[in-house]
Design a protein around this ligand. Structure first.
Ligand code: GAL
Length: 347
């Protein structure tokens, strides 16, 4: 009894602490929370909150970094690096009908626990992108692969394939496209169904592009140097026949200033736009993030979302997502910080 009394203030303090944490978390994610059986908080989002922790429908933090997106049968699918504190744990895939609320679907590609393949446990799988091949009816994933125990030396592209968007994906092969080093990368499918890999090469000094083979499973010999400006983290979209390519500088996990290049042809010439495409406070450090993708919003004209990672190198799993709308002024795209926004900006 006496003992209980002694602990009562401590208990009350602990309880009020828990309440405060819960209140703060509810406020940060705002609106429509519901507890599920596991006691986690599922949130019904109606807006984007760049830089805030983003929970999936089960109440877990979304773990899909360096992401890429594809739209299939009324749903968006978000592929991204599943990270531990530092480890690379494969490629997660989430789905959403509305872009705000995401359901974890699967570990689309797992590292190989038998240890024999290029994607053996301990390898690094970064910046996964998935595209659909109309001719073969298959989903094809490309990602930046680093072999186990070699840090970033291998500099390879890797390919995996599946009959279903959510996988599981079967690892096909890893290689250096046309014998060029390949680190940060993205994929782009053009209007005629041709697909391209944009990749940072020659110790990241070169930004290159290669056209994929017709089945998208390998790089074709068509391959070109776009510019040698020590850029990485390529993200691309096309509007009115112009290609827009955003890249970052090469400072590892630390943010830096983005640049925009434009071209009327994938093969170039690519011109750097003088102005920073990001505007406002924090623009010179890409708002603390690094480009990964431009998501094209369905059923809206010229509606693109700039997607970046705000890396947390002390705990990569907790790196945050920056989603911001691409706006246009006199035909030039720009990206402005917003604490909160929704798809109505595109109306
Ligand atoms: C960045 C790159 C990331 C990751 C990181 C490792 O430059 O964009 O995807 O590879 O380096 O330091």
């Amino acid at each position: 009894m006496n003992g209980n009394k002694r602990y009562l203030p401590l208990l009350l303090l602990g309880f009020s602490g828990v309440l405060t944490i819960f209140a703060c978390r509810s406020r940060a994610i705002s609106k429509g929370n519901q507890s599920n059986n596991s006691g986690k908080t599922a949130t019904a989002y109606r807006a984007f909150h760049p830089g805030s922790t983003w929970y999936d429908k089960a109440g877990d933090t979304i773990n899909a970094h360096g992401g890429g997106f594809i739209f299939v049968n009324g749903k968006y699918y978000w592929f991204g690096e599943k990270r531990g504190r530092h480890a690379s744990e494969g490629v997660n895939v989430y789905s959403s009908p509305d872009l705000y609320n995401w359901r974890w679907e699967a570990l689309a590609l797992a590292p190989d626990s038998t240890g024999a393949s290029d994607i053996a446990n301990g390898c690094l799988m970064e910046r996964p992108k998935v595209i659909f091949n109309q001719q073969t009816g298959k989903y094809v994933m490309w990602f930046h692969l680093e072999l186990k125990g070699q840090s970033y030396k291998a500099a390879r592209a890797a390919v995996a394939v599946s009959n279903h968007v959510t996988g599981p994906y079967r690892f096909v092969s890893s290689f250096r496209p046309n014998n060029n080093m390949s680190r940060d990368m993205t994929l782009f499918v053009d209007d005629d169904g041709s697909a391209y890999q944009f990749y940072a090469s020659r110790e990241n000094y070169d930004l290159r592009v290669t056209k994929l083979s017709a089945d998208y499973l390998s790089a074709s010999p068509e391959d070109r140097l776009l510019f040698s400006q020590h850029r990485e983290a390529p993200a691309i979209f096309k509007q009115n026949g112009t290609y827009y390519l955003v890249t970052s500088g090469c400072t590892g996990w630390t943010p830096n200033k983005a640049t925009l290049h434009t071209s009327r042809s994938i093969w170039g010439p690519w011109q750097q736009v003088e102005a920073n495409p990001l505007k406002g406070p924090g623009a010179d450090s890409t708002f603390g993030g690094q480009s990964t993708f431009f998501l094209s919003v369905q059923n809206k004209k010229d509606a693109f979302i700039f997607i970046a990672d705000r890396w947390n190198p002390r705990n990569l799993r907790d790196s945050r997502y920056l989603w911001l709308p691409v706006q246009f002024q006199n035909g030039e795209p720009f990206i402005e910080w917003k604490d909160e926004w929704n798809l109505q900006v595109f109306e």
